[in-house]
Design a protein. Sequence first.
Lengths: 115, 112
Amino acid sequence: GAVVSQHPSWVICKSGTSVKIECRSLDFQATTMFWYRQFPKQSLMLMATSNEGSKATYEQGVEKDKFLINHASLTLSTLTVTSAHPEDSSFYICSATGTVREKLFFGSGTQLSVL
Amino acid sequence: GESVGLHLPTLSVQEGDNSIINCAYSNSASDYFIWYKQESGKGPQFIIDIRSNMDKRQGQRVTVLLNKTVKHLSLQIAATQPGDSAVYFCAETTGSARQLTFGSGTQLTVLP
């Protein structure tokens, strides 16, 4: 079946640095990718939606200048957390969908810890 | 905005018993519902889905029931096993939006 690869699975960084998370669709063309954020014992909250070749659409309250999303190809989307701070520490998850309507495939998540 | 919520945050069942996880949704326009399982430190894993033109769908050891009248969704797991211990989320979407709204999750713990 379809697989979405997310990398890295965990990252620790110093406050003020930037971190890039990659999300790849391995055997299908992902026309749309979604980025979620999840705090401990909470649900997934949609951060942004990105369509290949277009600017991402951010959910209300999500800073687009802080969470940079690039979806330059049909198999890769990246989320860059710029100038990360401890409050950005969270579990970030991507999902991707292709031509099969409503079939979403999730990445394995990235645990970000900002010191 | 619209929300999808779960009745119980935690559920403990004995191994071999059946589990029932409930979910209430408020968006009457929702026409597609999905249950996901999430183990600690991992992404959500698809379990089963159902469209609004159905009221029941069965998979292997799992059954999803949809009651559109009261906007209620449930996941039934038969003969619950230790490997079923995880957080279960319901999610809903409308039309071709493909954007999911997740419920708050239920932590299922299977006791030996």
